[in-house]
Design a protein around this ligand. Sequence first.
Ligand code: SF4
Ligand code: SF4
Length: 172
Amino acid sequence: MPQIGQGTLKGMGITLKHLLSKKITRQYPEYKRQMPERSRGMLTVDMDRCIACLQCMRICPDHCISIDQTKRDFDGSGKPKPFAVGFMIDDSRCMYCSLCVEVCPVNCIYHTEEFEVQAYSRLELARQFGERPVDPTVDPKPQVKKKRPVRGGSKGKAAAKKKAAGKEEEAA
Ligand code: SF4
Ligand code: SF4
């Protein structure tokens, strides 16, 4: 029995010591640490610089990016250029691989330091940019046109051109 009493006293002593000592932990979210320089937070896109090339949408392995593309004649030259009327990034799918950032030719899609994201449903995690919202339930990948590979590489391309030229001659 005396041993039990000693143990209790020892434990209370340790508790008291830590109660009065200076705290070495900081409470989140009251305290937020500064993110490292190259950290990857949630993505954002500068729509003023986006040229609607669709490269980020094509390369994304998780089908997070969906772009509603149209053509607009910005400068009145009579030559309409691609324009992203809607742009969606689905945070519920993003794995922060940064492939979209690397592929963007005008550096208009980039990571922020923001990493806190909460929602009651998965669809609320689809962030919309641009003038018109994009339907987050539609998988963007099947809509992206892919070039069909030519069999046989460059030799195959040359053969295909020759074949096409031959057909034109026959028709003439
Ligand atoms: S960081 Fe990766 S997963 Fe996220 S949108 Fe870009 S390409 Fe897709
Ligand atoms: S790669 Fe860049 S410029 Fe092209 S559509 Fe994506 S964000 Fe816009």
